[in-house]
Design a protein around this ligand. Structure first.
Ligand code: UDP
Ligand code: MG
Length: 325
């Protein structure tokens, strides 16, 4: 394998990670050098406002054959940063991970071994997860909800981004052109022989998480709306049962009026029922809105991300020719 067409491609999204890049570089290259396979590292700078951009340039100059940098024009989100990497990968096995060292690079050989055993997707779950209690609660609740809504999506832990994919799967994912997506779920749609391994998890090495409560909700909606119609169907079901029971209620009221006479009490009970139903209607509208908003984004056909600059060595002509033969 030549340097131009390495065996492994590591794809990492970067958003304000200046304190982590140096350690990421040293631990990652050490692990990969020890593994003894040819590799490239693709780092996408997703609109960082700190010194990440200059630092990435410097890393590229340190190892121009192996380190490729994609500079985004702004902040397009973690999954788009990975997608941009997917569009350019040259390796046979592709590994994604976070830049903040919550996914220890030392776990990569474990993923490579699982791929070499014949799997086309290697999912992971975080053993002894190191996040605060609030994040653990949200994540657990969301994993449970996803299992219930999307039983076909077989993964224990959707939040862990340290994963490995065969090139075929990555090419399929890159070709979808989806602007709002959730990469681990998308991969499972195309996988024929996925597996799952446990990996270690560390607290964020430095800096702060890029996800606040609001962003976490938005992010989880991307997963739900992108891979399930369940939320829409739930409202059909609620609508059907409410109509059914209201019909029974009307029949009851008519009979009561005929037999006992008109009633005047119970105004507040009626209000309570009204407000409850109004709440459900508003929630339903919101859910429909989540889908429509995403459809709107897709039909506008704006580019899903904009690349300002790419720092990489071109694949050499002779290598391209030998591949074509
Ligand atoms: N990230 C990104 N763009 C964003 C937010 C995050 O590229 O808009 C990257 C970030 O640099 C990190 C990874 O995505 O490499 C995961 O982000 P973070 O660690 O902040 O999320 P958490 O671990 O708290 O879920
Ligand atoms: Mg993190």
């Amino acid at each position: 394998m030549s340097v131009n067409f390495p065996y492994l491609s590591i794809v990492i999204p970067i958003h304000n990670e200046q304190e982590n890049l140096e350690e990421l570089y040293s631990r990652l290259t050490q692990t990969l050098d020890k593994l003894g396979k040819s590799y490239e590292i693709i780092l996408t700078n997703d609109g960082s406002t700190d010194r990440s951009s200059e630092m990435l340039k410097e890393l590229h100059l340190r190892r121009p054959d192996q380190i490729r940098v994609i500079e985004f024009n702004g902040n397009f989100g973690q999954h788009m940063a990975i997608m941009a990497g997917f569009e350019r990968v040259r390796g046979e096995i592709i590994i994604t991970m976070d830049a903040d060292l919550q996914n220890p690079p030392e776990e990569i050989p474990k993923l490579v071994a699982a791929m070499e055993a014949g799997h086309d997707v290697v999912n992971t779950h975080r053993q002894e997860r190191q996040d605060n209690a609030w994040r653990l609660f949200v994540s657990r609740a969301h994993n449970k909800m996803r299992e219930w809504m999307m039983p076909k999506l077989k993964m224990q832990d959707e939040g862990c981004m340290l994963r490995a994919y065969r090139r075929r799967i990555v090419d399929l994912m890159a070709s979808t052109g989806e602007a709002t997506t959730f990469i681990p779920a998308l991969a499972l749609n195309y996988a024929t022989n996925p597996t799952e391994v446990g990996v270690a998890h560390a607290p964020r090495s430095a800096g702060t998480s890029n996800y606040n409560f609001y962003k976490l909700i938005r992010y989880n909606f991307d997963l739900v709306t992108g891979f399930s119609l369940f939320p829409l169907q739930v409202f059909t079901m609620i609508g059907m049962s409410v109509s059914f029971f209201s019909f029974l209620f009307v029949v009851f009221l008519i009979l009561r009026r005929l037999i006992i006479g008109p009633e005047v009490q119970g105004v507040f009970t009626l209000f309570a029922i009204m407000f409850f139903l109004l709440g459900i209607v508003l929630l339903g509208l919101g859910v429909v809105g989540e889908y429509i908003g995403r459809i709107y984004q897709e039909v506008r056909k704006r580019p899903r991300f904009v690349i300002r600059e790419v720092l990489e060595k071109k694949a050499s002509q002779s290598v391209l020719e030998s591949v074509r033969e």
